[in-house]
Design a protein around this ligand. Structure first.
Ligand SMILES: Nc1ncnc2c1ncn2[C@@H]1O[C@H](COP(=O)(O)OP(=O)(O)OP(=O)(O)O)[C@@H](O)[C@H]1O
Ligand SMILES: [Mg+2]
Length: 283
């Protein structure tokens, strides 16, 4: 299994105020992300998710341990540009990520800065807009679009750099349910059809249901790691870390407390319905 990212005992500390101990936001993260996988990162506020994300494209450099991106050590200054081209980042606020007054110029911005020839940029912009389902908006003004559409333009801007991996740090947090669904289905399609590795940081448990793998962070460490079915059955542990579980798991957990014999690893509504129907037939 080919891996795109590996972290070894990764540590990061933010600079301290005078006379205070440095605050360790990452305290030894060991993980390997498989190429082409869709990984969701969960964890309560301050658990280190954003710090972790920023070490993956060398916005932050390890204070201890290592991050390897396609085998490239992010501490090697000569590889910095290559690392940043391999891992693209999408952030929470769509308005902060729009830099131009026309959609196509916005998407072209980063590749232009890389000195890519104009005809190649044209192709990349068209491909990127098609990939996020926004081709018809090519000459529109970004500030007139909805939040979900703006995030899809921001994702197109990252895609235009032709990265192997995209990290989305709560990129759906400021969106309404429609915008959230648009962005989520866009990244799932990019993952499926283009084989782009996706690392999605979110507070919405339901967004983790279709992931290949879920990482749960707590106090600067990865404390759970596995397929969503395995992670979400650990209901009490998740709650003790201040996290919720998907609505479907919550429902099954409550039924079990009422003595109904249903499994916990049913994430889709269909599976839940089947399990409840089976339990009813037993009586
Ligand atoms: N620029 C900074 N300077 C000092 N401390 C910081 C800075 N950014 C984050 N921290 C601290 O580092 C720890 C981890 O923060 P981080 O932002 O990585 O968490 P997070 O899991 O992304 O949280 P959230 O869910 O709120 O986005 C927290 O204790 C936070 O207060
Ligand atoms: Mg964060």
């Amino acid at each position: 299994m080919a891996e795109i990212i590996r972290t070894e005992n990764l540590q990061y500390a933010y600079p301290a105020e005078e006379g205070e101990e440095p605050l360790y936001a990452l305290r030894g993260v060991d993980t390997a992300i498989e190429k082409g996988s869709f990984v969701v990162v969960l964890g309560h506020n301050g658990s280190g998710k954003s710090t972790f994300a920023k070490t993956l494209n060398a916005v932050l450099l390890p204070a201890g341990g290592r991050v390897y991106v396609e085998g490239m050590d992010t501490l090697d200054e000569n590889l910095l540009l290559a690392v940043r081209r391999t891992v693209g980042m999408v952030f929470q606020n769509p308005d902060n990520q729009i830099v131009a007054n026309v959609v196509e110029e916005d998407v072209a911005f980063a590749p232009e800065n890389l000195g890519i020839p104009p005809e190649e940029i044209r192709r990349r912009v068209d491909d990127a807009l098609a990939a996020v389902g926004m081709s018809e908006f090519v000459t529109h003004a970004p500030h007139l679009l909805s939040g979900g559409q703006k995030q899809r333009i921001a994702i197109a801007g990252v895609i235009a750099m032709e990265p192997e991996c995209i990290v989305l740090d709560e990129a759906t947090a400021m969106l309404d349910p429609v915008g959230r669904a648009e962005v989520l289905s866009t990244v799932h399609r990019l993952n499926r059809e283009k084989g782009i590795t996706v690392i999605l940081i979110t507070h919405h448990m339901n967004e983790a249901e279709e992931a290949d793998r879920v990482l749960v962070m707590d106090d600067g460490k990865v404390v759970m790691d596995g397929p969503p079915q395995a992670v979400f059955t650990r209901v009490e542990e998740l709650r003790s870390m201040g996290l919720t579980v998907p609505d479907t798991v919550d429902l099954m957990d409550r039924l079990r407390h009422h003595g109904v014999d249903v499994p916990l690893d049913t994430l889709s509504v269909e599976e839940c319905a089947d399990a409840i129907a089976a339990a009813l037939q037993q009586n």
